[in-house]
Design a protein around this ligand. Structure first.
Ligand code: ZN
Length: 311
């Protein structure tokens, strides 16, 4: 049995226009572009990684922005909302900042003792801030958002499933324990790291999720480097059909579609985003794993430039 996961490693979503995506997550949300690469399974498309200053696991929101993507449907069988952790003193700052950027912001409400502010990105990807007194100082990027208000990383993720019955034992085997329950959602948590929460909603009557822009593609959990094979076995023991171990250059990964429909990934901490770039220049140029370097010119030709926020 592997030791429990510390929580989320990254969450990956499908977007549309890459430049708009880049501007929203850097200019508006103040995250750092820590890796600019291509989707290794479809190299005609960017893979953009946003995170804290140093790309810490548990802070990394990533996108496959397909310029011509159709909008998807957020719904049952998907991860349906990204939860970002902010300090509880930052709620008003963010409401004003988002409103100033013409982002519709819902009225704050309280959930399990925390203030929650919900909004969407420009493709309709459901996001929320969870404001908490115990938000760690974190490692905020230099950028437009003052450190005191900066997104710390993930708080967690919400899954919407027709039935949570087979996902609960899997989460429990991953180290998660139930901490809260309400008619709308049940909360599972593992420790107190960034990205430690999985909220489960049972929405059998809701619209069925359909992939496309504005939907979440998969949810990745952090695992110890040498334990990835053991996690793969654990997935098999739960009746799932994991992939082999895949080298993603910045981490090694195993994927499995859970019975509820959500694609889970187990990703190692090492070697991390600084394996091929210095910390100071992370994300400033297109980087490709060595096995894709031969087609760099082809890849680059098809990708629109990500104009810098200040230009
Ligand atoms: Zn991933």
């Amino acid at each position: 049995m592997p030791v429990s996961t510390p929580g989320l490693h990254h969450i990956t979503a499908i977007g549309s226009d890459p430049t708009r995506n880049y501007r929203f997550y850097t200019d508006t949300l103040g995250l750092r572009l820590v890796k600019q690469s291509v989707n290794q399974d479809d190299t005609s498309v960017y893979h953009l990684f946003y995170a804290d200053r140093s790309g810490t696991p548990g802070t990394s929101m990533t996108f496959f922005p397909y310029p011509t993507a159709n909008l998807g449907q957020v719904g049952t069988g998907q991860a349906t909302r990204v939860q970002f952790l902010i300090p509880d003193s930052a709620t008003d700052y963010w409401r004003e900042r988002l409103a100033a950027a013409d982002v519709d912001v819902a009225e704050p409400f309280e959930r399990f003792g925390d203030t929650v502010v919900q909004f969407q990105d420009l493709d309709g990807t459901p996001l929320e801030f969870v404001a908490r007194e115990d938000a760690p100082a974190g490692d905020p990027p230099a950028g437009p958002v003052p450190d005191e208000h900066a997104i710390r990383g993930f708080f967690g993720v919400t899954l919407s499933l027709a039935s949570a019955a087979s996902t609960i034992p899997l989460l429990e085997a991953m180290g998660y324990e139930q901490t809260h329950d309400s008619p709308e959602r049940t909360r599972y948590r593992v420790g107190d790291n960034l990205g430690a929460v999985v909220d489960m909603r049972e929405t059998p009557q809701g619209p069925r999720g359909r992939p496309g822009a504005g939907t979440l593609h998969h949810v990745a959990f952090t695992v110890d480097d040498e334990e990835l094979p053991a996690w793969r076995e654990l997935l098999q023991e739960h009746g799932l059909r994991p992939t082999t171990v895949i080298d993603r250059k910045w981490f090694q990964s195993v994927y499995a579609r859970t019975d509820g429909g959500v694609l889970f990934e187990f990703a190692t901490k090492a070697p991390g985003y600084t394996v091929d770039e210095d910390l100071g220049t992370l994300g400033s140029r297109l980087v490709l794993p060595e096995w894709l370097e031969a087609q760099r010119a082809d890849n680059k030709a098809g990708l629109p430039p990500l104009s810098s926020p200040s230009s």
